[in-house]
Design a binder for this molecule. Sequence first.
Ligand SMILES: [Zn+2]
Length: 303
Amino acid sequence: MAVSFSGGAKAEICRVVPNKKCCALAQCFGVLLFCNSFTPDGIRIITESREFGYILPKLFLKAFDLEFDSFPSLESPGKLVFQIDDPEKLEIILTEYGFDHNLLSLHVNLPVVENDCCKAAFLRGAFLSGGSVTDPEKGYHFEIATTHHSVARETYALVEEMLGFYPKMAPRGGGQVLYFKQSDMISDCLTFLGAPVAAMGIMEAKLEKELNNKVNRRCNCDDANTSKVVEAAQEQLAAIRLLREKGVLERLPQKMQAAAKAREENPESSLTELASMMEPPISKPAMNSRLKKLMQISKEATV
Ligand SMILES: [Zn+2]
């Protein structure tokens, strides 16, 4: 199975398993609050990431000194499902986070994420379990989703505190999604979470897009200017030809004849170039006014 951009970012983040127990607890907290199901009756974490599946049991062992009741083989195809149903284990986990068994709604219990190291670990857990990031070739989108409303609000504030900018927040299927759409925010966020390679992938894609846009814009701009110049020159040439045919040209003042001659001999030159060919050289606006005058006379001559 090809690894998605999201999968690559998660694999990067999973290279580091927290050393300190405080961070392991905080990371598990992020995992649990953003996973498929975390209630007093059971825990269910579903992921496609083999790397996350690999570190998940280690994380729970470090944080709570307990094992999952059911966990898949990493070799099994498709999604990996991790579960805890044992009431005793659930009790240990809930107590660790200061929740009692009759809790109505989960929230980010602040003492768990008091230290900066733990705040980062919490967000890492949230992304691993409930997050995804779109391949920058297809668009810029980073998100983490939770089914708990107060968790979304509190995480929103936590993201701002750690990264210095707010995510956007939107309801989705009864839950809440926190997301970023700006490439630089996504890149900063991935760097912060410990996925600098993925972050660089976002910036590279952005640079490439900008470069392509710039090249395209310049080409379009050049084409537009060139065709305008060519069009104007052709109108001038037509006017001059007409004046010559009607015998008007040879009766015009010397400087007008010189302007006409310069244009006829240099159909592709710009006004500035033509102006410099006059004797003595004149300004571009003066050249422009001579050619305009020729066109005007030619128009009058056709009437
Ligand atoms: Zn910590």
